[in-house]
Design a protein around this ligand. Structure first.
Ligand code: BTN
Length: 245
């Protein structure tokens, strides 16, 4: 795995995408920056991070063996890898559907996965991860952020955490390549077991307004199924429903 460490870029996702467009880039090549001037978040949001304090990185894979309609399995791999790397340091880490990583009710990590589809499969996947590690104060308007150091009370080694995450990613990815169907089922099951608010009734909001529901499951295509307090099953794709925290 090649690791490219840079001081500053607009976005590590953009930096890596530009590199891939210009030259042949090996799978798992990882770009890690100390600072991003225009870090990208989900839903067109920005991602802010104090210089040198957190992990800001992107890596590339070419999972042509993953069909376009199964691409959510890539999100599952990355979310589980971050969660399981953090599990080595702290407890109470979960995956908030679809792919935030939470510690208790706070967000410790966000990810932005940008796939290029081709020939029915995923031709290129650039996964960008922003993981709060040593930042102690969050001044932006990001809701409920937390860092690893705030939880453990000590300075953490950024590169060691990056290495752990990439070991999990590589294992899951190679497993998926060899045994695509079995591993897809296994990953979906593991993802479901790792979900934030997996048990109990909580408030949600959709286009019709606020309601209370429990999580039934997330399907392999990434669709979230809820059971509301009137006994009605509701299903959602990304961005169609929000957790009220
Ligand atoms: C989110 O909104 O939760 C997703 C945040 C993703 C941020 C990471 S930081 C490294 C990579 N480069 C980016 O521009 N975004 C991702």
């Amino acid at each position: 795995m090649e690791l490219i460490c840079i001081e500053k870029t607009d976005s590590t996702n953009n930096y890596l995408a530009d590199l891939c467009d210009k030259e042949v880039v090996q799978e798992f090549t990882t770009v890690c920056a100390n600072f991003q001037t225009a870090g990208k978040g989900q839903r067109g949001n920005s991602w802010e991070s104090e210089a040198g304090k957190n992990l800001l990185f992107s890596f590339v894979t070419y999972p042509a063996f993953v069909k376009a309609r199964d691409q959510f399995v890539l999100s599952e791999i990355i979310a589980l890898s971050v969660k399981e790397a953090l599990d080595c340091h702290i407890s109470d880490v979960s995956v908030k559907w679809p792919n935030d990583i939470y510690w208790k009710d706070k967000k410790i990590c966000g990810m932005l996965i940008e796939n290029v589809l081709g020939d029915g499969g995923v031709a290129r996947c650039i996964a960008g991860i922003g993981l709060n590690i040593n930042q102690r104060a969050f001044l932006s308007d990001a809701p409920n952020p937390v860092s690893l150091a705030q939880i453990t009370g000590k300075e953490e080694d950024l590169q060691a955490v990056l290495k752990d995450i990439m070991l999990f990613v590589a294992q899951y990815y190679e497993g998926l390549k060899l045994h695509t169907e079995v591993m897809t089922n296994y990953l979906t099951e593991r993802y479901n077991q790792s979900l934030y608010r997996r048990e109990g009734i909580y408030p949600f909001r959709d286009a019709q307004g606020a309601f209370e529901a429990s999580i039934l499951r997330v399907d392999p295509d990434g669709r979230l199924f809820l059971l509301d307090t009137e006994g009605k099953e509701r299903s959602y794709l990304f961005k169609e429903v929000q957790f009220i925290i």
